[in-house]
Design a protein around this ligand. Structure first.
Ligand code: PAZ
Length: 317
């Protein structure tokens, strides 16, 4: 297990102490406890629980935010992975950026969404024939996952919200031990403006170039692994645009944060293939080109679920 230095621990504490508190903290805790009770109590059965993070975090530049810095992520990976985890029998906490791609909605047209519908007469509205299958499947699958209590969706926007929510989730998942998993596909800002040094009102324009000093976001993976949820199976992601440095960076992250695997992907080819980097070697996972409906997450989640099963078995011996 990774142990973290006092310095890193201080940086992490001061990040949280100076963050604007979550507005709906108690509501989130209540939802999480209910979800864990339903899926991992003796009465409710013992499903595996995975927290899938998805979408990019924003870094506000003003406290009453008008402008912000964003991290790229459409949320497709997180949404598709969530669907596959539910199919594999997991209960999923989907921690996602507001407005990004949602599970079961990947085949719906989002631009413009209203083109899905038509008005045969003044009293009725119905789904257009060309979209009816996609809409039917989306509604049925999403409703089944929610009705069975297997999908809990929690939205975030800022880096402050994301990290506070991740900490809450890790804390409640601690008791689930090896049957819990973190699958960290969200694109998380490396730099931010500390809340206390941020201007309250909209930054004035018209006085020349803007100088902003960004502080480094403390690396929370280390504390997630060592303190928050040390027994959880943990998968992190590494995105690069330069394929030459991708595997080296992913290997460094694996060693530094002692996660169980790092999924390495390149921006342009991320929907075609990923490389799962772990201490047992690197495995290239590809989309099945012979099947038009195939997505890389079908094979990726199969591999991750297998690895998780081995981890659970080994934890009990
Ligand atoms: O959300 P998306 O499907 O457009 O892209 C997924 C991804 C590239 C954001 C994800 O696979 C990933 O690599 N996340 C971690 C990014 C990072 O290194 O911070």
């Amino acid at each position: 297990m990774s142990s973290i230095s006092g310095l890193v621990e201080d940086e992490i504490s001061s990040f949280f102490e100076s963050s604007p508190p979550l507005k709906n903290n108690e509501e989130i805790v209540a939802k999480l406890n209910q979800f864990i009770e339903l899926n991992h109590s003796c009465e409710g059965g013992k499903r595996r629980i995975v927290c899938v993070t998805s979408g990019g975090t924003t870094v506000p530049l003003e406290q009453r935010c008008v402008r912000y810095i964003d991290n790229f992520s459409s949320g497709n990976r997180g949404a598709a992975s969530t669907e596959n985890f539910v199919k594999a029998g997991y209960a999923v906490i989907f921690l996602y950026r507001r407005g990004t791609c949602q599970p079961y909605c990947r085949y719906l047209p989002d631009d413009p969404f209203l083109e899905c519908f038509e008005f045969p007469d003044a009293k009725n509205i119905q789904v257009h024939g060309s979209h009816s299958e996609a809409v039917k499947m989306a509604v049925m699958d999403q409703q089944a996952a929610v009705a069975e209590g297997r999908l809990l969706k929690l939205p975030f926007s800022t880096i402050y919200e994301y990290l506070q929510m991740l900490r809450l989730i890790a804390t409640v998942l601690k008791d689930v031990g090896p049957c819990s998993m973190f699958y960290l596909a969200a694109a998380v800002s490396d730099f931010y403006v500390p809340w206390k040094s941020m201007t309250e009102h909209k930054i004035e324009s018209g006085s020349g170039p803007l100088d902003i000093r960004l502080a480094q976001v403390p690396k929370m993976l280390s504390i997630l692994r060592s303190n928050w949820a040390p027994k959880a199976f943990c998968i992190s992601f590494k995105l690069e645009t330069d394929s030459k440095i991708l595997i080296e960076k992913a290997t460094k992250a694996l060693q530094k944060y002692k996660v169980h695997a790092v999924v390495a992907n390149e921006l342009l080819t991320r929907k075609e293939e990923v490389v799962v980097v772990s201490s047992s070697g690197n495995v290239v996972v590809r989309r099945d080109n012979n099947k038009p409906e195939s997505i890389v997450e079908d094979n990726l989640i199969r591999l991750i679920v297998d690895r998780h099963s081995t981890y659970i078995k080994e934890s009990h011996t």
